[in-house]
Design a binder for this molecule. Structure first.
Ligand SMILES: Cc1cc2nc3c(=O)[nH]c(=O)nc-3n(C[C@H](O)[C@H](O)[C@H](O)COP(=O)(O)OP(=O)(O)OC[C@H]3O[C@@H](n4cnc5c(N)ncnc54)[C@H](O)[C@@H]3O)c2cc1C
Length: 456
């Protein structure tokens, strides 16, 4: 089969692009090296829906984060992706940082975000009473929000498939050849032919770009490690507590998570190994040192889990989205630390670039409704709390994961969904199962049996 367009990479960006393009009269294939969607950087980030207040004004990143915030907020309402508009407080700990707050507020204004306010130390402690001693002042960012990154990726990919996208997992692109109007992609899952190709391969984007003959950038995996604290810590903090950003990034924050925990992180460490998602002792020591200053009481709480994600940092100061009209090829590179927020806006930008490069994209009028996603958010009703659902279907009353209160009905639904999980990890991202205190110690065997039972 020949596709009009092949999108490489089923993270948030590739899934958003496939969804956007399949809203037009074209056939789309979404190629993913791994066995599931959302199994790369998009599964392991800090899950903040950014306003873009601290982006570099005038960059493509600033424009697309701002637009992405709006698009994803609206899409979340339509699909049930959980979002909590907690707001953020950026805290200054020394005079230099205090002096920087006015510049940050001006930067926010230049980015089109007008709701930041500088507050004094008393207000900082009123808003975050458990903050460590020594804060001198702060900057409020009322619209920064927390979101479920897993559901975002899954919703976009599910929507794409519902709109007709052919999802090809287990298809790592390893070679490219072009003859006439057609590109042939040699993949680990077989050959795929397409008239246009979009490279949204994240950490692998430079390698795929090289297959098209380009040598224009290198991806450096920038590891971010995080510590997730127990739900009992949630009372300590109800908003995102940010440091003053530096040239290395946004710094270490303390934030509630959408699952009802509190997280501390991330680190920022350039590596060479693009698969190095293990956590490290030095990373923890660094985070604990920061945490001791930010919120000493947090460190007395139990740690539920730790994880690390790799940002696709590149040697270019902005997103690198570029069309090679001759080869009918478009690169989406360097979506390092804001792609969860900007993904849907990146997809719109890709659509416009393809149109300008001559691709025919006629809008469809027969689109299916956006998918209704299961709620994984702690702040919203979940099946075990809904008597009417349990009465109608007792499987929603049988809890299999007690730490996270996940029911047999939710596991069953995930296994029979449009993009079912292939592994326990995939099931975790769809239900929250095994994501709590016991980390599968008590429920792992039963969950495995349920996964297998539902698949057979
Ligand atoms: C620690 C950390 C914190 C972050 N915090 C935030 C945040 O709070 N808010 C925010 O907006 N963003 C945040 N980000 C950034 C965000 O997570 C990323 O920008 C986003 O997930 C990138 O999505 P993607 O689709 O480009 O990449 P990915 O999710 O990595 O998807 C790329 C996909 O391409 C596949 N692939 C690679 N090579 C090939 C190939 N040759 N053939 C086929 N498939 C291939 C991979 O398997 C992968 O699934 C954070 C990132 C990190 C690491």
């Amino acid at each position: 089969m020949i596709h009009d367009v092949a999108v490489i990479g089923a993270g948030i960006v590739g899934s958003a692009v496939a969804r956007e393009l399949s809203g037009h009269r074209v056939s789309v294939a979404l190629l993913e090296a791994r066995d599931d969607v959302g199994d790369g950087t998009s599964k392991a980030n800090t899950a903040i829906l950014h306003t873009g207040f601290d982006a570099t004004p005038g960059t493509l990143e600033s424009e697309l984060v701002r637009r992405g915030y709006r698009l994803l907020s609206d899409y979340a309402q339509l699909t049930g992706i959980p979002v909590e508009h907690t707001g953020a407080l950026l805290v200054a700990w020394d005079q230099e940082q205090l002096d920087a707050l006015a510049g940050l507020r001006d930067k926010a204004e230049a980015n089109g975000y007008h709701r930041c306010a500088i507050v004094d130390a008393a207000e900082v402690y009123r808003q975050v009473p458990h903050l460590g001693p020594g804060a001198l002042g702060g900057l409020t960012v009322p619209d920064e929000s927390i979101i479920c990154t897993w559901t975002v990726n899954l919703a976009l990919a599910t929507d794409a498939v519902n709109r007709g996208t052919t999802l090809l997992t287990g298809h790592r692109v390893e070679s490219v050849s072009r003859r006439g109007d057609l590109t042939t992609l040699g993949t680990t899952g077989g050959t795929v032919r397409a008239r246009w190709v979009v490279n949204a391969a994240g950490l692998g984007a430079d390698k795929v770009d090289a297959l098209f003959g380009h040598r224009r950038f290198t991806v450096t995996p920038r590891r971010g490690e995080l510590i997730v604290y127990d739900k009992l810590a949630r009372a300590l903090v109800d908003k995102i507590v940010l440091p003053v950003p530096t040239s290395r990034g946004k710094g270490v924050l303390v934030s509630p998570t959408i699952y009802g925990n509190v997280m501390l992180g991330p680190t920022s460490e350039d590596l060479t190994d693009r698969s190095a998602t293990a956590t490290s002792e030095t990373g923890f020591e660094f985070l604990l040192e920061k945490g001791r200053v930010l919120m000493p009481e947090l460190l007395a709480e139990e740690v539920t889990a730790t994880y690390a994600g790799l940002r696709a940092a590149i040697d270019h100061p902005d997103y690198l989205i570029d069309t090679d009209a001759e080869q009918h090829y478009l690169l989406v590179g360097g979506i390092r630390s804001t792609g969860l927020t900007s993904g849907m806006a990146v997809a719109e930008h890709v659509r416009d670039q393809l149109l300008s490069a001559g691709m025919e994209l006629a809008t469809r009028t027969d689109l299916p409704d956006p998918p209704a996603m299961p709620n994984l958010g702690e702040a919203f009703p979940r099946p075990y709390q809904q008597a009417d659902r349990i009465a109608a279907d007792p499987a929603y009353g049988r809890i299999v994961c007690f730490c996270e209160r996940v029911t047999e009905g939710e596991v069953r639904d995930a296994c029979h969904s449009v993009i079912p999980p292939t592994t326990l990890e995939g099931l975790r991202r769809r239900t929250r199962v095994m994501n709590g205190r016991c980390q599968a110690f008590f429920c792992g065997a039963e969950v495995q049996a349920l996964l297998e039972g539902n698949r057979s």
